[in-house]
Design a binder for this molecule. Structure first.
Ligand code: GLU
Length: 262
């Protein structure tokens, strides 16, 4: 199976911006094992800016664009150094692919990206994808950013023809209400259609669902489902959940990709 796994900064780094070593080691171990089992994997990894903040000892996430770009440039190196080292321990080769919106919005450029990533997969390499935050900025009047990695990972799933997209988040999945405020909030195990009600749930201002980035996750689900790819939201605190998800067992929230009727 071709699987795209997206990990967010909250999964990879401590609040200090420094690497969560135990978490990343677990993640790399499980991904390596799934790869050994025959799956083809793509990792969409955030964390460039967060880790740059840690490495540069900045007081917090930078507010100005040039410092953000600088932090991304430093942090992306650190991120790839870590992945290269840890995946190398399991004899897996990684490759870095950094994208801007223009690389996926223009058909010619998108084809170039598809050629590269699909060839890497054929060669048995594990591509690690992120937005090119050092150059993709919205400051110059034109939008060159995708802006967040939920959408980016769904576009990548589309480009490689993945059967499964897994978003590792800091929440267990999609809930019927804000689980931090409502004791009756229940995890929704399966979604077959993104209804206006679901959208309202994810986009409700001030809700933990919204602030947890559920709106972008639903957008990603729509892209994935439209191309027949299942998408699962699960908690990144437990990388071993990836085994269950890959085997189709119920974990988190699974959005069922649209299949052609036979
Ligand atoms: N590309 C950003 C980074 O590496 C993260 C975007 C996101 O988390 O959605 O810091």
């Amino acid at each position: 199976m071709k699987i795209v796994v997206k990990v967010g900064t909250s999964t990879l780094a401590h609040p200090t911006g420094r690497l969560n070593i135990r978490r990343v080691e677990e993640l790399v171990k499980v991904l390596s094992d799934l790869k050994n089992g025959g799956h083809r994997l793509v990792l969409v990894s955030s964390g460039a800016i967060g880790m740059g903040v840690g490495k540069l000892n900045l007081p917090g996430r930078p507010a100005d664009m040039p410092t953000k770009q600088a932090a991304a440039a430093v942090g992306q190196c650190e991120l790839m150094y870590t992945y290269d080292k840890l995946f190398g321990e399991y004899s897996h080769t990684v490759a870095q692919l950094l994208l801007t919106a223009e690389d996926v919005n223009f058909p010619r450029r998108r084809q170039n990206f598809e050629n590269a990533i699909n060839r890497l997969l054929e060669l048995g390499v594990l591509p690690v994808v992120n937005e090119n935050d050092a150059v993709a900025t919205d400051e110059v009047g034109v939008s060159t950013t995708i802006g967040e990695n939920d959408t980016l990972s769904a576009i990548v799933a589309q480009c490689v023809g993945a059967q499964l997209l897994i978003l590792l988040s800091d929440i267990d999945g999609l809930y019927t209400a804000d689980p931090r405020r409502d004791a009756h909030a229940a995890l929704i195990p399966e979604v077959r259609e993104i209804t206006p009600e679901l959208r309202a749930l994810a986009g409700a201002p001030g809700s933990a669902l919204g602030s947890g980035g559920m709106a972008t996750k639903l957008k990603a689900a729509e892209i994935a489902m439209a191309c027949g790819c299942d998408m699962v939201i699960a908690n990144g605190r437990h990388p071993e959940l990836l085994y269950d998800i890959a085997e189709g067992r119920h974990t988190g929230t699974r959005f069922i990709g649209r299949r052609e009727e036979a």
